[in-house]
Design a protein around this ligand. Structure first.
Ligand code: DAH
Length: 338
């Protein structure tokens, strides 16, 4: 028997299944296998060659055993082996991230207004006085311009500040387009407030603007009614209370019926049955003119809402600080399927 021939056969043997592996074992390593035969034939080898032939057979056996061992890992009998795989075992948890509740609410609000033809527009967070105040009809001595409320980045001639509201984007849109205009502007705003459960130095707003010929207050009310029902459910109703904003005339604040208690009264609506959700009004002709729109031809309405406030109502979040603390116990509640 030729050692080289057997070595070639060992190396060429293809093992593709547990059955092949067993054939390999029987043919080469078994008690009646070819390598065993070689050891038997050793007695016929002349004495002076015995040592080197014996070493060659040992080498061959080692190669065959190594090959067998490496394939055994792959094809070992899964039903009898101790280290068998249990395919019924539940897999370990995969961590799934989630959208931030403010992102969820912003997305939902944008989708609602997209359905009635509003497009998204955005503006810078660092604004000049014109876009944040002057074009919006804020008189020079208006308290909202005060240091107490506004974070100034640069004082003096080129005054720049962190925008205090997204109404600044209205101005930019009107300056850069011709009516009809239907736009919503989501974004982050900043105010110099002490941080507490009810106030924060930054928060998010969504601004809405509609400018066309013959736009009336009734259009505004109907739009907001549609929005409230889409967001809070068919049963939701709204009420408008007269209010004041420099950039709208007339102005109103809008309450939605408390959907948490079906307007019966609860601690969230302070037992009034109503929740304030936004400010709105007809765009003041001074604002239209300041932005280059002829107020004799066009009219329009605007509204602005706080995203934190709406998320608070939808998810019953009672402390504004939770939104920015990144506490996983809070954020995990918004993972889909939770
Ligand atoms: N900018 C106002 C605020 O920050 C919200 C607002 C009120 C926006 C009335 C409007 C509006 O567009 O018409 O409190």
């Amino acid at each position: 028997m030729n050692i080289k021939e057997i070595l070639d056969a060992v190396q060429a043997f293809e093992i593709q299944s547990a059955h092949d592996l067993e054939s390999f074992r029987i043919q080469f390593l078994g008690s009646k296998g070819q390598i065993k035969d070689l050891y038997g034939a050793l007695k016929n080898v002349p004495n002076e060659d015995k040592k080197s032939v014996g070493q060659q057979i040992n080498q061959l056996r080692q190669i065959a055993e190594d090959k067998f061992a490496s394939f055994k890992l792959t094809f070992s009998d899964k039903n009898s082996d101790e280290d068998q795989l249990d395919l019924t075992r539940p897999s370990s948890d995969t961590l799934i991230g989630s959208h931030h509740p403010l992102s969820l609410v912003r997305k939902e609000i944008i989708e609602i207004f997209n359905r009635i033809g509003y497009v998204v527009s955005e503006g810078p967070e660092i604004e000049d006085d014109w876009h944040n105040f002057s074009a919006l009809n804020f008189p020079p001595e208006h308290p909202a311009r005060d240091m107490q409320d506004t974070f100034f980045v640069e004082k003096g001639e080129n005054e720049m500040a962190l925008r205090t509201h997204t109404s600044s984007v209205q101005v930019r849109v009107m300056e850069n387009s011709t009516p009809p205009i239907r736009t919503i502007s989501p974004g982050r705003v900043y105010r110099n407030e002490a941080i507490s459960a009810r106030a924060h130095c930054f928060f998010h707003q969504i601004e809405g603007l509609y400018i066309d010929k013959n736009v009336s207050f009734a259009d505004l009310k109907q739009t907001l009614m549609f929005f409230a029902k889409e967001l809070f459910g068919e049963k939701a109703t709204i009420r408008l209370r007269p209010s004041y904003f420099p950039f709208t005339e007339p102005s109103a604040e809008v309450d939605v019926s408390c959907t948490l208690c079906n307007a019966k009264g609860c601690n969230v609506c302070k037992y009034s049955g109503w929740l304030e959700i936004l400010g709105c009004g007809m765009v003041d002709p001074n604002v239209l003119e300041a932005c280059g729109i002829d107020s004799n031809v066009y009219s329009g309405f605007a509204f602005g809402m706080g995203v934190e406030r709406i998320a608070q109502l939808k998810y019953r979040v009672t402390d504004l600080r939770l939104y920015s603390e990144n506490d996983l116990r809070f954020l995990k509640q918004f993972t889909p399927g939770n």
